[in-house]
Write a protein that binds this ligand. Structure first.
Ligand SMILES: NC(=O)c1ccc[n+]([C@@H]2O[C@H](COP(=O)([O-])OP(=O)(O)OC[C@H]3O[C@@H](n4cnc5c(N)ncnc54)[C@H](O)[C@@H]3O)[C@@H](O)[C@H]2O)c1
Length: 437
């Protein structure tokens, strides 16, 4: 046992501010409300259902994660959010069509009480959407100040002790870093000057960091993944994490690819295609928003397969990712993967995966876990990039000079070892030689 890290207790209420109250956010909120009432189970959530092994295998110590680390209780979560549409959470959840009306009706009053705050939104960054519930301001700095006031009012009016903000809004168009993103000073000047390299998501993130509120990014947007935001997070002692919830096809890719690599099986081509018909699919139908998503989805294989270390097996992979907007499917995405692989003496084989998944059903537990772990990080006094939360993301943020870790099993080990470290328990190496002494 080492000395545990000092963690402030999870006392009082935790405010959860969702940017975007669409399919993912409402499925998350409705799920928490249903779980609280014992109507449904929070399946897929590490913080609610996961266990963690402590000590040697012979010790038989495997508590629930939530009994091991001091986490916020589901009953202490209070929800708010911004959206460009005026629908309350009940209407929005009905529109999203993910959860059945029979479930939503049992938590209708609580969902109806969550009405969207006016959003910071600019069509320049999300071309396929437009809505009426949008703030007006003199410039981007003024909009950031209005968001900060929303945060303070939510905290004050609900007697909250802590807050977390999570981006569950649409994917913005592809942006690259500019000089405005290089330092906090340059960023603040750019806010004042209405610089077009500052999308709406960065205005929310800036407001959160200025208010000392941890910020998690569920979409592939640049948002907090620029030097100015990392510096601001460090300066204000706030945790940040991102990007892009790792659900459906990419989740499976980061399960299958490490397996093939572990057995030194070669890959020639990996063709991934999807059909989905929700609003996310509609936004991603715009080539500029799709490019942001495509970059996020494509980086995974290169990092996992390490073609520089295994040129004979993994250089020259043809990796294609397609997303097709197909309204009849709604949120029930169907993904196909065709993997052209080769084995002993170069003999070819094929693997086909057909995943009939539900996008928001896979994303909701990730939102919950991120909210709860980001709050834990803040109470543990951690700030800046929380790489230990890579487990939940398609394009994990990482320190300059490092490559991101995409392998789901390494990510899982890293997450659990971080929790052991936090609580002063021995890290688990899986060496296990002592059992045979
Ligand atoms: N569901 C998944 O499996 C999954 C996985 C990874 C990432 N994501 C990302 O999560 C995000 C949410 O997905 P979804 O299916 O809920 O989409 P959605 O379209 O149902 O919801 C997004 C909501 O954000 C709102 N919005 C857009 N810009 C906004 C702004 N500037 N301020 C406030 N609200 C804004 C929209 O009006 C919409 O209601 C998307 O970016 C998606 O790419 C989802």
């Amino acid at each position: 046992m080492k000395k545990p890290i000092a963690i402030a207790p999870a006392a009082g209420k935790l405010g959860v501010m969702c940017v975007g109250l669409g399919a993912v956010a409402t499925t998350f909120i409705a799920g928490v409300l249903a779980a609280r009432k014992g109507i449904a189970s929070p399946i897929g959530s590490m913080t609610q259902m996961g266990t963690i092994r402590l000590g040697k295998r012979t010790e038989g110590r495997s508590p629930l994660v939530r009994d091991f680390v001091p986490l916020a209780d589901l009953n202490d979560l209070v929800f708010a959010g911004w959206d460009i549409f005026e629908d309350d959470c009940y209407e929005s959840a009905r529109h999203a069509g993910v959860l059945e009306a029979s479930l939503l009706d049992q938590i209708k009053p609580e969902l109806e009480a969550i009405k969207p705050l006016k959003a910071v939104f600019d069509r320049q960054y999300v071309k396929r959407l437009d809505g009426p519930n949008v703030k007006k301001g003199r410039n981007k700095r003024d909009l950031a100040e209005q968001l900060r006031e929303d945060i303070r009012a939510f905290k004050r009016d609900n007697g909250l002790s802590r807050l977390v903000m999570i981006w569950c809004a649409s994917t913005e168009v592809y942006l690259s870093e500019t000089p405005a993103h290089q330092s906090v000073e340059a960023f603040e000047k750019a806010l004042e000057a209405d610089d077009s390299s500052i999308p709406s998501s960065m205005i929310y993130a800036y407001a959160a960091l200025m208010e000392g509120v941890p910020f998690a990014n569920g979409a592939p947007n640049l948002t907090v993944d620029v030097p100015a935001m990392v510096a601001l997070a460090r300066k204000n002692k706030v945790p940040i994490s991102g990007k892009d919830f790792k659900t459906g096809q990419t989740l499976l890719k980061t399960v299958i690819a490490p397996g093939l690599k572990a057995r030194l099986l070669g890959v020639k081509g990996w063709y991934s295609t999807n059909i989905l018909g929700n609003r996310d699919g509609e936004v991603l139908d715009d080539p500029e928003s799709f490019k942001t998503k495509e970059e996020s989805k494509k980086s995974v294989l290169d990092y996992i397969l390490q073609p520089d270390l295994y040129p004979e097996l993994y250089s020259d992979i043809c990796h294609v990712v397609r997303i097709n907007y197909y309204p009849p499917r709604g949120d029930n995405k169907e993904g196909w993967d065709n993997i052209d692989m080769f084995g002993w003496l170069g003999y070819p084989m094929q693997l086909k995966v057909n995943f009939l998944c539900r996008d928001s059903i896979l994303a909701a537990p990730i939102v919950l876990d991120l909210v709860i772990f980001m709050d834990l990080a803040k109470r543990a006094g951690w700030s800046g990039i929380q790489e230990w939360l890579s487990f939940f993301y398609k394009s994990p943020m990482h320190a300059k000079g490092l490559y991101p870790e995409h392998d789901l099993f390494i990510q899982s080990m890293k997450l659990k070892n971080t929790l052991r470290y936090l609580m002063g328990e021995d890290l688990i190496t899986h060496l296990g030689a002592e059992y045979y002494d």
